[in-house]
Design a protein around this ligand. Structure first.
Ligand code: CA
Ligand code: CA
Ligand code: CA
Length: 629
């Protein structure tokens, strides 16, 4: 290999020489015909990556008939194609595994001229501190970035936004939260004890405001689910450097980062909508598309008709969310590379994939495979918002569905168990609904891999549900933090925030509550409780990954064991407002007569095992855990 350093930016001599030769041969080309380039996706890649060649999507003008040429033998171009309009060029770029990191240039050239573009070869991040994945030893905490903490007021009113878009009194406006705010609050999160942050999408979204005569206007895309650029960080949240700093600082204190990715659709302000790279890029156009009728059963049932099935996959989530066509191979390659690019440039540990069921299962599999091939521990959880375990289990990886596809998806959210838990702890269903729901774990290849949400930004906050009490919220949180699976909390639940349906459930996190002295007694009680259950989970491997064994349930009470190796922990819930005495059979889990159980949390309590039964006195409206001595 020749020395490669001479190829780095600024434009190395051979490139200039080549350009001058072109000018000498063809003269200065007429303006308007010269190919010009406005961007390249991805803007960078890695040498020695499992995806090689990488597929480039070059946007520009006058690309018709253009070729892409590399002037460095370490970068090889092939399979160039240009769309009909000459506005997009696709090309394979094969990167020599030995190519050093740095800036390189490529040349887009046609008979009427040429245009140089720069392309970065990135230095890979350290695999020991990044890309760690998520397990049941983690506790995930969902942050809606715009609503959590404003660490940089200078980004609150971008030039291309109307004052209306930045109105903090409008629940659908931008409120100023950002990545710097999350960095500033890492000590709070560390104190709470969570080990992973799921941030709502940080792709760049439109900065301005939608106006209409409907009740939901004026509104903005403060939540981030309407990407206008898959390769840029939302300017209101910060920039790529700040994002990388967040990941690095979080990792330094033992907190992982999960990116919310949205491969199913983009925002209607995305430049692709007016000028798609291919006619098959989206399902339909802004003016001619089907809306998703959300007949989601059509995705699960082997008996569904093709029309319902296709509508659920190809219909637009809403009129302003153009649906990407992952069955177009160029789209699939683009999105898989995009997912890997974010992981590679930031060092994140996991991905939450939005509305995953509305994408073909074969695509979910290919995406999962590509992520694991490059980052074996990397973790992706899919949002399959269904209260039916058969439906969510169909989408988790580790088994092959009737369609012959194993999605390889690491995790799904357990909406069925969440649904049961909020019903039980608001007294709308008997306690025995919990073991009844958990029996459907039979459908999962490995139930310890599901993600157990306490709530999220799409659901009513616990304290605003009919029948909610602080005691109920505490038991619900304790259940999420002690049952099998990976627990996921939603910012604000730890201080018993209220909030009805979207957007009320997305109120700003109260600044005062980040510090103990700013919390009212109720907020402090919930905070201490949540922190204590997280700490207990951290200290006891059985609570993180032990086998779950049902021991006792009736209308008011539920007791289960978590058991791992020699460690046995009993977790008990009593939702009635009186002390409850129960005899719990423990012989089957090898807890012998004469053994003492001691409470690990809450009031100091002891129980003896007599005749194969533990005599438990359960405090009123409380969850409690006992360790076997
Ligand atoms: Ca801000
Ligand atoms: Ca923006
Ligand atoms: Ca779709």
């Amino acid at each position: 290999m020749p020395p490669l350093s001479r190829q780095r930016w600024p434009v190395p001599l051979p490139d200039l020489f080549y350009l001058l030769c072109l000018v000498a041969l063809f003269g200065v080309p007429a303006l308007g015909q010269t190919p010009s380039v406005t961007r390249v996706d991805p803007p960078s890649w890695w040498a020695g990556h499992t995806i090689n060649p990488v597929r480039l999507l070059v946007r520009g003008t006058n690309l018709g008939g253009a070729k892409l040429r590399s002037l460095n033998p370490g970068l090889r171009v092939s399979e160039v194609s240009v769309n009909e309009k000459g506005s997009y060029l696709f090309a394979n770029l094969e990167i020599s595994p030995a190519l050093p990191a740095g800036k390189y240039s490529l040349l887009v050239e046609s008979g009427s001229g040429s245009s140089a573009i720069s392309f970065n070869v990135e230095a890979p991040l350290d695999t020991r501190s990044n890309f760690q994945g998520i397990t049941s030893s983690d506790v995930i905490y969902l942050i809606m970035t715009d609503r959590f903490a404003d660490g940089d007021p200078s980004n609150n009113a971008p030039r291309d936004s109307s004052p209306e878009a930045n109105d903090r009194n409008n629940p659908r406006g931008f409120h100023g939260g950002d990545l710097r705010g999350v960095i500033n609050r890492l000590p709070y999160l560390k104190q709470l004890g969570v080990t992973a942050l799921w941030l709502t999408p940080w792709y760049d979204n439109w900065n301005d405001v939608n106006r209409c005569d409907k009740p939901w206007c004026p509104n903005t895309y403060y939540h981030g689910y309407h990407a206008i650029d898959y390769y840029a960080v939302e300017d209101r949240f910060g920039d790529l450097a700040t994002l990388r700093e967040l990941v690095q600082q979080a990792h330094a204190v033992g907190i992982k980062i999960i990116q919310d990715q949205v491969a199913n659709h983009v925002g209607s302000q995305h430049p692709w909508v007016k000028d798609p790279p291919l006619s098959s890029w989206f399902h339909g156009t802004l003016t001619a598309h089907e809306l998703n009728k959300f007949r989601n059963s059509a995705l699960l049932s082997p008996h569904s008709n093709k029309q319902d099935f296709r509508n659920t996959l190809d219909g637009w989530f809403s009129d302003d969310l153009p649906d990407m066509n992952q069955e177009e191979p160029e789209v699939a390659r683009y999105e898989i590379q995009n997912a890997l690019w974010w992981v590679g440039v930031t060092g994140i540990d996991g991905i939450r994939q939005d509305t995953i069921q509305y994408m073909p299962r074969a695509f979910i599999r290919d995406l999962s495979d590509a992520l694991h091939r490059q980052y074996p521990k990397l973790w992706m959880v899919g949002e399959v918002f269904e209260r039916d375990a058969a439906h969510t289990a169909f989408f988790i990886g580790g088994h092959t569905g009737w369609d012959g596809v194993d999605t390889k998806l690491d995790s799904v959210f357990d909406f069925a168990l969440w649904n049961a838990s909020v019903a039980v702890f608001t007294n709308k269903a008997p306690m025995r609904l919990l073991p009844h729901q958990l029996k459907y774990d039979a459908l999962y290849p490995d139930p310890s891999k599901v993600t157990v949400l306490a709530n999220n930004h799409d659901t009513t906050r616990f304290m605003s549900l009919t029948g909610a009490t602080l005691e109920g919220a505490m038991m619900h949180t304790a259940f999420v933090l002690s049952v099998r699976g990976i627990p996921q909390l939603y910012a604000g639940e730890e201080i018993a925030m209220e909030g009805k349906e979207d957007p009320d459930n997305r109120r700003d996190f109260p600044i005062a509550a980040f510090k103990a002295e700013g919390r009212n007694p109720k907020e402090q009680q919930m905070f201490d409780w949540t922190r204590a259950w997280i700490a207990m989970r951290r200290e006891h491997p059985a609570l993180r990954s032990g086998k779950l064994i049902d021991l006792f349930s009736d209308d008011e009470t539920y007791v289960f064991a978590r058991q791992l190796g020699t460690e046995t922990i009993l977790v008990a819930f009593n939702r009635v407002n009186r002390l409850k005495q129960i005899s719990v059979p423990v012989g089957s889990i090898e807890v012998k007569d004469g053994v003492t159980l001691k409470s690990l949390i809450g009031p100091a309590m002891q129980a003896r095992v007599v005749n194969g039964e533990a005599q438990l006195n359960l405090p009123p409206q409380m969850a409690i855990a006992f360790g076997v001595q």
